[in-house]
Design a protein around this ligand. Structure first.
Ligand code: SF4
Length: 70
C-alpha cells in the first residue's frame, strides 16, 4: 500500500518517525516529515506501524493513498 504525506500540514511532531522509523524521517532542513519508502510503497511488514503513525499524527498529515480499498 502507498502512504501519502501532506508535508505542508506536518508540524514536525515526530510521532511517525517514532513508530515507523523505517518509513518516515524528519527532513534535516525543513524539520518536516519525509517518506523514506520508495514511491511511498510501504512493505507489508511495515503496514501496521504506518497505520499506527496515521492514527497518532497530531496534524492528520498522513493517509493511505486513495486508491486503497478501505
Ligand atoms: S507525526 Fe504527523 S506531524 Fe508529526 S512528523 Fe509525522 S507527519 Fe509530521
Amino acid at each position: 500500500m502507498k502512504i501519502v504525506a501532506d508535508t505542508p500540514s506536518c508540524v514536525g511532531a515526530g510521532m511517525c518517525t517514532n513508530v515507523a522509523p523505517a518509513v518516515f524521517d524528519i527532513d534535516a532542513d525543513s524539520g518536516l516529515v519525509r517518506v523514506l519508502a520508495e514511491g511511498g510503497d510501504v512493505p507489508g511488514s511495515e503496514e501496521g506501524a504506518v497505520s499506527d503513525a496515521i492514527a497518532l499524527c497530531p496534524a492528520q498529515a498522513l493517509r493511505w493513498d486513495d486508491a486503497r480499498a478501505v
